[in-house]
Design a protein around this ligand. Sequence first.
Ligand SMILES: [Zn+2]
Length: 294
Amino acid sequence: MIHFSRAAVLCVAILAATPTFARDCGPDALGVSRTIAIGPKGAALGLQSYPRTLDLADREVVLTFDDGPAAPTARVLDALAKECARATFFIIGRNAEETPALVKRAAAEGHTIGNHSYSHPAMTLRLLEDNDAKADIEKGIKAVERAIGDKTAPFFRFPGFADTPALVSYLEGKGYTIFGSDLWASDWSPMSPKGELDLVMSRLEKAGKGIVLFHDSKAQTAQMLPDFLRALKARGYRLVHIAPGEGETPIVEAGPGWSSTTEPIIAKTLAGKSKLPRGADPGAEGHRHPAGDD
Ligand SMILES: [Zn+2]
């Protein structure tokens, strides 16, 4: 029988409780420049889908990842940890059931855990009956909360951005903030990590700031992430973390002439498709992203 001294047990307990993100990454790391508290009053943000977004200063960037946890997620978490960077993960419920340890790790390393439906319906939530869509959303939230053993952030991103006014009201009524994106890496399209890096940096240089969408389910994204974080640092971008909090979410309205980037893509993807019958299995057709093959 092995006996541990009380001090040794305490020491092990402290080590186990010390989050890995607490380590000092040094002055060269990207780090987090500030955290924005997202208030409990629901909102729908992200200029690609909505005429308003988070009020960020020039060269401020919010990192978001969809569709995990998946095989490349560990590599994404490694890259973020190395730079003491924080991101928000919009988790698919059934993936959380399959790989709970990775979601738990993301939460333990200080990332914000948001929701992205249970089954990432191939037909999108827009093509489900309202009650079926709500059931899928709620099932997803429960699955992710089981995986992390805690509440998720009241943050939601619609699969393929395919919302409906009724579902937006439903989530806002629950105090959820709906996140679209301000720019994306198009990482649902196969490309080299270097190609993806060049594309997302050129889009970021053009936008100057914003909520950026990646997929931690994509190996090319996991591969380019260390270089992307280095490029942010080198070009003077600052990382902003988002987390649930009190008060008003800082929001800025889009200027005149705003139009949705996502709607034409969704319309094209859903053309000719009709709503699934009530009670249909939303995941039966597998994963597909209206804004690309995801
Ligand atoms: Zn997705």
